[in-house]
Design a protein around this ligand. Sequence first.
Ligand SMILES: [Zn+2]
Ligand SMILES: [Zn+2]
Length: 187
Amino acid sequence: MPDKERIVFDDIDKYGPQRYERTYQFTTGELARIELAAIGPVSLDANASKGHLPAEYLADGSTLFAADFLCSRCVEPFPFASSSEFHLRFRPRHEVSAENVEIEITPDELDIEFYTERSVSLRDLAAEQVQLAIPMKPLCTESCLGLCPQCGTNRNGEGCSCQTAVSDERWGTLAGIRAELAKKNEQ
Ligand SMILES: [Zn+2]
Ligand SMILES: [Zn+2]
């Protein structure tokens, strides 16, 4: 089987555990995440085998890629290298309602996918893993100063001369808490 683009459950039944090593190229549009400025080839390594339950299959492996993310504060692209592991279980969809009653889902069993088709696209699997690896709010550095809310200058650079102390949210909240506390003390 020279070009294995899919994990085929029947292959596992017939030939035993299967190993897959693929490299995929994605456009940022395909991955549909605005935080993604650019992405290099994604390598996927997976071992697929039978699970413990009837008609259950497992895929364990890892994905590796390098990308440029946009910082959610200063909107500048920054390089990011990701290496992550996955442990997926595939269970037939039609047995969900019948078995759900007995099967207790433990935290390490959260990566369960229910299938209707007896094969899984490795490219889709890679895309899914990349999406999971992109943080909700990527930051170029933890201490990124972001953009000036008044003039839009990147405050990590030279900065600007705007008066930003006018309404800093955090101080506003703190003032609110102080007022609340003062009220309570009066009662
Ligand atoms: Zn930043
Ligand atoms: Zn400014």
